[in-house]
Design a binder for this molecule. Structure first.
Ligand SMILES: NC(=O)C1=CN([C@@H]2O[C@H](COP(=O)(O)OP(=O)(O)OC[C@H]3O[C@@H](n4cnc5c(N)ncnc54)[C@H](O)[C@@H]3O)[C@@H](O)[C@H]2O)C=CC1
Ligand SMILES: O=C(CO)COP(=O)(O)O
Length: 313
């Protein structure tokens, strides 16, 4: 299997570093003038086995392409480059729901590249941890069991352990939705509301994740696996998370660099629209969407969430 990573941000670069321990990897990016150290992944020098290129036709000669682009950029990228991508094995790492089409990456890929094999690589993994070779376990989801197994073996390393799933919908929803809840958890901590409030928001957030995912056809056990609960735990508890830090800035009234990729902000809006279409109530996600747009104060958001009608758990 020949492998290229498309998207030379923090995660694409980290995956290239990890997979280069197994063999040659091509890393494609729009702007690659930074040489062997990507500013999005500071302190990491790309090994010789990684070929960095800005030439998409060259990169897409590989049969397996890992798409490491932000979710809101993926649709346009696929539309622009479908001729180079269709027919390949396309593995998405994006953790978000497209705001205009209200679908996850797998359906975006399938509609733009109908002859491609679609897979999703997701789970608890900070780019910096993967690049440093720290032990990490992820989910590789592919509807085709044979192809899924081949990918699982080709993309695993001694420190990057992939578990296989055929539930692509569940795997990608877990990764997208946990980012929304991480913003909520960050907000709680930034506002100084305490560890107990964070535990409450994570737990009730997880209830929203499982409810929406079930409506969209995900398997419950996928949500309790690495791609759901696993990534939720990581992202809601670490300042390494950009979604958590974004929420923390909202909660503490601090500035936040708008150039940072924060998937949960647009995904909260997408989820709110999706929930309305499905007549499903997701109060935390709805509040995150409003907080992220500055449409509600933290105080009013918390008051609203705490004073909803009392209900059964
Ligand atoms: N950073 C992390 O620890 C992890 C990130 N992810 C996911 O991976 C995805 C990418 O995230 P990061 O690499 O961290 O973001 P990043 O912000 O570090 O990099 C994004 C990259 O995408 C490129 N890009 C944006 N639009 C593009 C386009 N139209 N064509 C070509 N390139 C384009 C940018 O130039 C940039 O290099 C996100 O969905 C994120 O949730 C998943 C696991 C871990
Ligand atoms: O998805 C991630 C870890 O699994 C990275 O989270 P952030 O995008 O919040 O940094």
């Amino acid at each position: 299997m020949s492998i290229a990573v498309l998207g030379a941000g923090a995660f694409g670069s980290a995956l290239a570093v990890a997979l280069a321990t197994r063999g040659p990897v091509t890393l494609w990016g729009r702007s690659t003038g930074w040489g062997r150290e990507n500013p999005r992944l500071p302190g990491v020098t790309l090994p010789d086995a990684v070929t960095v290129t800005g030439d998409l036709p060259q990169a897409t000669r590989a049969d397996t392409l890992l798409l490491a682009l932000p979710a809101q950029k993926l649709g346009a990228f696929l539309a622009d480059h479908a001729a180079h991508l269709d027919g390949k094995t396309l593995v998405s790492t994006a953790k978000g729901i497209d705001l205009t089409r209200l679908t996850g990456p797998s359906r975006l890929i399938a509609s733009a590249c109908p002859a491609a094999t679609v897979a999703v690589l997701t789970g608890p993994s900070f780019a910096a941890d993967i690049a440093r070779g720290l032990p990490t376990a992820l989910t590789l989801a592919c509807a085709d069991p044979g192809r899924g197994k081949a990918l699982q073996h080709a993309l695993s390393t001694p420190v990057l352990r992939l578990y296989r799933s055929s539930d692509v919908t569940g795997a990608e929803l877990g990764g997208a939705l946990k980012n929304v809840i991480a913003i909520a958890a960050g907000t709680v901590m930034g506002a100084g509301l305490g560890d107990s409030a964070r535990a409450a928001i994570i737990t009730r957030g997880f209830a929203e994740m499982t409810r929406l995912s079930a409506r969209l056809g995900a398997r419950p056990e996928t949500l309790t696996g690495l791609s759901g609960l696993g990534d939720l735990m990581l992202t809601c508890s670490s300042v390494q998370s950009r979604n958590f830090r974004f929420g923390h800035a909202i909660g503490s009234g601090s500035d936040f660099d708008s150039g940072t990729t924060v998937e949960g902000a647009a995904t909260a809006r997408a989820v709110t629209r999706l929930a309305a279409e499905l007549d499903e109530e997701l109060p935390i996600a709805a509040m995150v969407a409003r907080l992220a747009q500055g449409a509600v104060s933290v105080e009013n958001a918390m008051e609203h969430l705490m004073n909803r009608p009392l209900k059964e758990e």
